[in-house]
Design a protein around this ligand. Structure first.
Ligand code: ZN
Length: 244
């Protein structure tokens, strides 16, 4: 079986479409797993919910998904993120709200636990350091945990002796899943933050046990023009050009 792992679409339909086409170009997958933040920041929340629902029904809740429905407050959001959430909330219809509200915090799928932020704090916590990763390895039972939220592709490995380290996430040959437990972030589809503006996602092949990072160019200026037309904050627009 082959799986596509996507996260942090953030209402960026151009990026999601580019990823969908890239998956097809690579021969397709049996299942798509989404790690949340379908909406927020970007200009096409309803279109992204609709396309994602055509692609999969396996998706966990992100902080932006629940903030857009007012299930969560925006006190911890920066002013630009909060402004984009207020705009997003005005776009959603009752069915979109129902869909987002009903997204679960955690999904377990075979060897994998899926969450948005971290297994310890599924909606809020960022795993960016070996310290936070190490503490989170005791918060899920499966061999591997898939996380989003930071929009940065990263892999943390936990050895039997209790050492936690960051390991390379290759785009070419892929990473073979072995005995070490891992926390894996496929990066962000709609607002990458690792300095590479291309959409980011991963493909996992359960036969070869390889997980591979994929980067896909998309029409960033088209997305930015839609953001301008909707009056979304200019800083959110600019950061798409830099992938930061
Ligand atoms: Zn996000």
């Amino acid at each position: 079986m082959r799986y596509a792992i996507i996260a942090d679409i953030h209402a960026n339909l151009d990026a999601l479409n580019a990823v969908r086409e890239d998956i097809e170009r690579q021969g397709g997958v049996d299942e798509v797993w989404c790690l949340g933040d379908v909406v927020g920041y970007g200009p096409e929340p309803r279109e992204c919910i609709s396309l994602l629902r055509q692609m999969t029904d396996i998706c966990v809740a992100g902080n932006h998904d629940w903030a857009a429905t007012e299930k969560l407050g925006t006190a911890d959001f920066n002013p630009d993120a909060a402004a984009a959430i207020r705009w997003t909330a005005q776009q959603l219809d009752p069915k979109d709200i129902e869909y987002l509200n009903n997204l679960p915090l955690v999904i377990e799928r075979g060897d994998f636990t899926l969450v948005h932020g971290s297994p310890r704090e599924p909606v809020w916590e960022y795993i960016l350091s070996t310290d936070s990763a190490k503490e989170n390895f005791s918060c899920f039972k499966s061999a591997y945990c898939l996380v989003g939220h930071s929009h940065r592709p990263m892999v943390f490995s936990y050895s039997k002796t209790g050492d936690c380290s960051v390991i390379l996430f290759p785009t070419d040959s892929g990473l073979v899943l072995g005995k070490s437990r891992l926390i894996i972030n496929p990066g962000g589809v709609g607002q990458p933050r690792d300095g590479d503006p291309r959409a980011s996602y991963a493909i996992y092949d359960s036969e070869s046990r390889q997980i591979r990072l994929c980067r896909v160019p998309y029409d960033i200026s088209a997305t930015q023009a839609k953001m301008t037309a909707q009056g979304l904050p200019s800083r959110l627009m600019a950061r798409l050009s830099y992938g930061m």
